[in-house]
Design a protein around this ligand. Sequence first.
Ligand SMILES: C[S@@+](CC[C@H](N)C(=O)[O-])C[C@H]1O[C@@H](n2cnc3c(N)ncnc32)[C@H](O)[C@@H]1O
Length: 206
Amino acid sequence: MSQDEFTQKAEEWDSNPERQRIADEFAAEVEKAVDFMPESEVLDFGCGTGLVGLRFGKRVKTLYALDTSEAMLGMLGAKLENEDFGNVQVIPKTLHEADFPAESLDAIFTSMAMHHVEGLPEVLELMAKLLKKSGKLVIGELLPEDGSFHGDNIVPFNGFEPDYLAGLVCEAGFSSVQHHEHGIYNKPDKEGVMHQYATFILVGEK
Ligand SMILES: C[S@@+](CC[C@H](N)C(=O)[O-])C[C@H]1O[C@@H](n2cnc3c(N)ncnc32)[C@H](O)[C@@H]1O
């Protein structure tokens, strides 16, 4: 993996209390949607440093922590060396590279990663293929924003209209898709002026 936009951010990622709060609130939504069982195989897509996924590691058979950022996974690896989080398998790859068997996952959850993904329809199609029947996809994302969330960085999506993302998820092969507005992400710009970004949750069932 090469340098990525998270290389500069990884080291201080977990020390931002707002990120911790967003992860806590998203995890509560994941809890509502997913039955974590000792035999479950679940995927945290775009897991970053593991802020969301690690809390579920001891409740499942396998927590797959997949991300393309070497720096973010470096921080995750340091946590895994220091504490037992259960059966966590770190996957430093894209979903297409990861080579999961079809219909092998019980749930996929992903917080604030989808707006970074190129080729999103194909990734959603693959997610549908990898989930077992009735498997759940839980997405935490930004509502449309003016591009300021990432400062000078360009990302594929400046947030999403929930109905647009729901349409992509349906087309990818999910039978039921619901979404609701969730909360506010507070983030300062480079001048230190605080901005508020609204978030939503989308849950798809295969
Ligand atoms: C905003 S961070 C969120 C990290 C974590 N989910 C959290 O809530 O703290 C987005 C993450 O998605 C990862 N990412 C971006 N595009 C990706 C892709 N195509 N496949 C896997 N991970 C990706 C980035 O490397 C980054 O770690």
